[in-house]
Design a binder for this molecule. Structure first.
Ligand SMILES: *Cc1c(COP(=O)(O)O)cnc(C)c1O
Length: 238
C-alpha cells in the first residue's frame, strides 16, 4: 500500500470512530482530500484509494489539474476566490466553499446563469475573529444569507469555516459548536435557495472534533499527502 493509501485508511477509521462517538452516520461525512501544491501523481494515488473529492485553493491549479484527472473527480474550491476568476472555475468545480461577500455571490450567479447551471456554494464564516482570515461573524453571516438568497443560479448549501490553528484540537470545539448553532439558526429562517445540509469544517489537526460537533465535510490535506512544499522549485513543476 502507498503511503497516501495508508494515511487515507487511518483517516477513514478516525472518521468512523468520531461518527460512532457522536451517534452519527458515517455516510453523512464527506472526506475532501486537499491536494493544493501537490502533483497529479499524488492526486491519482488518492483517487486509486477511492477518493473522488479534492480541495484546491487556487484557480490556476484547478484549471491545470482538471483535465488530467478522471471524469468523475469532483473538485471543490476552498480558497479565497477573486471575482474576475469565477468564470474560469465555474464549470470545473462542484462546490465553492469560500463565498464571503455579496459581490462574489453575485458574480457566481451571473456566470452560472450564463452556463445554464446552478452552482452549489457555502458561505465562509469566521467566528475565531482572526483578522488575517476571510469570512464574517455571526450577524454578518446571517445578513449575507438574507441578501444572497434572492440570487438566481445559486444553491446555497451551508457554511464553511477555517478554524484557528491550534495544537490541541479540543480548543476548537466551542467554535465548531457555535457554527453548528449558527447553521440551525439560519435553517429556521427558511430562506429561498437555502438548504443547510453542509457544514464544511475540520482540517488535519481538528477533523475528529469537528465531526463530533456536526461537520458534514472535512478538508484534510497534510494528513493525507504530507507536508506541503511552497519552495519556488516545487511551484514551477505544478
Ligand atoms: C490547506 C487547507 C486545508 C487543509 O489543511 P491541512 O491542515 O493540511 O489539512 C483545509 N481547508 C482550507 C481552506 C485550506 O486552505
Amino acid at each position: 500500500m502507498s503511503e497516501i493509501a495508508e494515511n487515507l485508511a487511518k483517516i477513514r477509521e478516525n472518521i468512523k470512530a468520531s461518527c460512532e462517538r457522536a451517534g452519527r452516520n458515517e455516510s453523512d461525512v464527506t472526506l475532501i482530500a486537499v491536494s493544493k501544491t501537490k502533483p497529479i501523481k499524488c492526486l491519482k494515488e488518492a483517487y486509486d484509494a477511492g477518493v473522488r473529492d479534492f480541495g484546491e485553493n487556487k484557480v490556476q491549479e484547478i484549471v491545470e489539474k482538471y483535465d488530467k484527472m478522471p471524469h468523475d473527480t469532483r473538485f471543490h474550491m476552498i480558497g479565497h476566490l477573486q471575482r474576475n476568476k469565477v468564470r474560469q472555475v465555474i464549470d470545473k468545480v462542484v462546490m465553492i466553499h469560500s463565498v464571503d461577500s455579496y459581490r462574489l455571490a453575485q458574480e457566481i450567479s451571473v456566470q452560472a446563469q450564463k452556463r445554464g447551471i446552478e452552482m452549489d456554494i457555502l458561505v465562509e464564516v469566521n467566528l475565531g475573529a482572526e483578522e488575517t482570515k476571510f469570512g464574517g461573524g455571526y450577524e454578518d453571516t446571517i445578513q449575507l444569507f438574507e441578501e444572497i438568497s434572492f440570487l438566481p443560479g445559486l444553491k446555497i448549501k451551508g457554511l464553511m469555516t477555517v478554524a484557528p490553528y491550534v495544537v490541541d484540537s479540543e480548543e476548537n470545539r466551542e467554535i465548531f459548536h457555535k457554527i453548528w448553532e449558527l447553521s440551525v439558526d439560519i435553517e429556521k429562517r427558511k430562506l429561498d435557495n437555502v438548504s443547510m445540509n453542509v457544514l464544511s469544517m475540520g482540517m488535519t489537526g481538528d477533523y475528529t472534533v469537528a465531526i463530533e460537533e456536526g461537520s458534514t465535510c472535512v478538508r484534510v490535506g497534510t494528513g493525507i499527502f504530507g507536508e506541503r512544499d511552497y519552495s519556488p522549485t516545487n511551484q514551477k513543476e505544478m
